[in-house]
Design a protein around this ligand. Sequence first.
Ligand SMILES: [Fe+2]
Length: 115
Amino acid sequence: MSDAPILGPMNNVTDLDAAGDFERKHTPYISAERDGDKVRVAIKVGHYVSHPNQPDHYIQWIMLYVDDAPIARFDFVPVASDPDVCVTVEVDPGTTLRAVEHCNLHGLWAAEVEA
Ligand SMILES: [Fe+2]
């Protein structure tokens, strides 16, 4: 099994409507629901197009950044866990929430939203 590099390059798909299935199945989907000072952040890989979850091809981890600071990390094993997570954070409105995921074959993919 070959592992994709974890130091880049970073794939950022800015126009998912124009993207193909390969880009869509790797780009993290982020939803952010504010409740007062807290924001419930849900991140899923495979929202747009299903991504494989097999021993030889799967999402190894997802990290959540607030601006440039890493604040949460989720690690997965293939088959038994899905890259579909949520966490509650306390951030100011307008703060950038960025999700980065790593596919063992296809490397790093990122997406971001405002809190
Ligand atoms: Fe992949």
